[in-house]
Design a protein around this ligand. Structure first.
Ligand SMILES: Cc1cc2nc3c(=O)[nH]c(=O)nc-3n(C[C@H](O)[C@H](O)[C@H](O)COP(=O)(O)OP(=O)(O)OC[C@H]3O[C@@H](n4cnc5c(N)ncnc54)[C@H](O)[C@@H]3O)c2cc1C
Length: 390
C-alpha cells in the first residue's frame, strides 16, 4: 500500500535530492519542488565522511562517487603560525578499511549534479524549479502544497527539505528566532595551478589559530583547492547570509597565519570568494506533524564545525526512504523515520555548537591528539544509514 504513496519534497538541495533518489529506488512516486529558477549549488567543497559516503555509494554507485570525490592521501592539523604538524589525520584508504567507506571531498555542484542526473534518469518530470513553497493544507486523504507561482501539488506525505530558513518548518511549528552564531566563514575555490606545490602538503590540512581556523582540501581530483576560513563577528549586517567576500578584510584577519595560508587567500579569484554568516535555531521537540516532516538543515540546522550538515541530510534521505519501505502506512513511516533520526540529528546539531566554541577557544600550543575532538573521535563515522535499524 505504501508503494502507491506519492511523496512531495520541498527543496532540491543535497538533502532533498538524496531523499528523492532513495525514494525512487524504493519504488515510490516522488516530486521535488525547488524555489530557484535554475537547479544548482554554490561553488564550494563539502567533506563526505564514511557515514554519509555509505549512502552515496548505495544510491549513486561507488564508481560515480569515486569519479566526483577526491580521497585525500593524507591530512594534518597544523599550527597556524609555524605550519608545524600538530596532529596527523591519516587518510587515504584508512577510513575505508576501518569503516567500509571513504572519507572524501567533493565540489558541491558535482555532488548536486550527480544526484539531480540520477533523479532525472529515473523520472524526467520529477524536478520542478521556480516553485517556492508557501503553505500546506492537510485533508483526510492527503496533503496539498501551495507555491508562490500559484501552482498546487497533492501527495500522501510532504518532506520539508528547504534548508535553514525552512518555510515548511515555519508552517508546522510557527515562527522562531534565527540566531547569528557570531561565526563567519570565508569560503573560496582556487585553481591549483595558481598555487606552489610545496604549499599543498598534505592533501588536506586545517590550521589551528587563536579564535581563527583555516581549512583547505582538494576537489575535482586536484584541479581546485577549496578553503574555509572561520572567524568571529559581533553581528551580521548583510541582508543575505552569504555575500561576496572581501579579500583584504580576510587577509588582515589572518595576517599571522603561515605563508601557505596567505598564498591561497591571495590566489582565490575575486568571484570565487564568499563570506557566510553562520546561523542557528533552537532544536525542535519533534519534526513530524500529520503527513509532513522535516529533513536536513530544515530539521537540524548546524554549524559546520563538525563538517556533518550535508552528511546528516544525506543520512536522513536514505533512512526516510527505508522507513517508508518498511511501513504499512504513512503514519508508521514518518514515525519510524523520526524515531530513527531525531536523536542523532539533534545530537550532532548540538555538538556542532559545542565544537564551535571549543575550536574558538582552543590554544594551538596545547593542541594534540588527546585534546582534539571531531566527528570521528565522537564516533559519528560508526553509522551506516544503509543498514541501521529503521
Ligand atoms: C561554511 C560551511 C561549510 C560547510 N561544510 C560542510 C562539510 O564539509 N560537510 C558537511 O557535511 N556539511 C557542511 N556544511 C553544511 C551543509 O552545507 C548543509 O548542512 C547542507 O547543505 C544541508 O542540505 P539541505 O539540503 O538540508 O539544505 P540546503 O542545502 O540549504 O538546500 C535547501 C534547498 O531548498 C530550497 N528552498 C528554500 N526555501 C524553499 C521554499 N520555500 N520552497 C522551495 N524550495 C526552497 C533552496 O533553494 C535549496 O535548494 C557546511 C556549511 C557551511 C555554511
Amino acid at each position: 500500500m505504501m508503494r502507491d504513496a506519492r511523496v512531495l519534497i520541498i527543496g532540491g538541495g543535497i538533502g532533498g535530492l538524496t531523499a528523492a533518489l532513495a525514494l525512487q529506488q524504493k519504488g515510490f512516486s516522488v516530486a521535488v519542488y525547488e524555489a530557484v529558477q535554475k537547479l544548482g549549488e554554490v561553488g564550494a567543497g563539502v567533506t563526505i565522511t564514511p557515514n554519509s559516503c555509505h549512502a552515496l555509494n548505495y544510491l549513486l554507485g561507488e564508481d560515480v562517487v569515486d569519479s566526483i570525490c577526491s580521497v585525500p592521501a593524507s591530512g594534518a592539523i597544523k599550527h597556524y603560525l609555524t605550519g608545524e604538524t600538530l596532529i596527523d589525520t591519516l587518510r587515504g584508504d584508512g577510513p575505508k578499511r576501518q569503516y567500509g567507506a571513504n572519507y572524501c571531498q567533493v565540489h558541491r555542484a558535482d555532488l548536486h549534479d550527480a544526484l539531480a542526473e540520477a533523479v532525472r534518469a529515473n523520472d524526467a518530470d520529477c524536478l520542478h524549479v521556480d516553485h517556492r513553497f508557501v503553505n500546506l493544507a492537510e485533508t483526510a486523504s492527503g496533503i496539498t502544497a501551495t507555491f508562490a507561482n500559484g501552482a498546487t501539488a497533492t501527495g500522501d506525505v510532504l518532506i520539508g527539505c528547504d534548508g535553514m530558513r525552512s518555510a515548511v518548518r515555519r508552517q508546522l511549528w510557527g515562527e522562531e528566532e534565527i540566531r547569528f552564531t557570531g561565526f563567519v566563514a570565508f569560503r573560496g575555490l582556487v585553481p591549483t595551478d595558481r598555487l606552489a606545490p610545496e604549499f599543498l602538503e598534505p592533501d588536506s590540512a586545517a590550521f589551528a589559530g587563536r579564535g581563527h581556523t583555516f581549512t583547505r582540501y582538494k576537489v575535482r581530483h586536484g584541479e581546485l583547492y577549496n578553503f574555509v576560513a572561520f572567524t568571529r563577528r559581533d553581528k551580521w549586517a548583510a541582508e543575505s547570509w552569504s555575500e561576496p567576500g572581501e579579500r583584504d578584510e580576510m587577509l588582515a584577519e589572518f595576517h599571522d597565519f603561515a605563508p601557505e595560508v596567505q598564498a591561497i587567500m591571495r590566489a582565490v579569484p575575486a568571484d570565487q570568494l564568499f563570506k557566510w554568516g553562520l546561523f542557528d535555531r533552537p532544536p525542535l521537540k519533534r519534526w513530524t506533524q500529520g503527513r509532513a516532516t522535516l529533513l536536513g538543515d530544515a530539521a537540524h540546522p548546524m554549524t559546520p564545525f563538525l563538517a556533518q550538515g550535508a552528511a546528516m541530510a544525506i543520512e536522513d534521505g536514505l533512512v526516510l526512504a527505508r522507513a517508508l519501505e518498511a511501513a504499512e502506512d504513512w503514519r508508521e513511516a514518518l514515525q519510524r523515520y523520526e524515531a530513527a533520526r531525531y536523536e542523532r540529528g539533534t545530537f550532532v546539531m548540538c555538538e556542532s555548537h559545542v565544537n564551535a566554541e571549543r575550536i574558538y577557544k582552543r590554544d594551538p600550543d596545547k593542541l594534540n591528539r588527546r585534546t582534539h575532538r571531531n566527528a570521528e573521535s565522537m564516533g559519528l563515522y560508526d553509522y551506516n544509514p544503509v543498514t541501521v535499524q529503521v
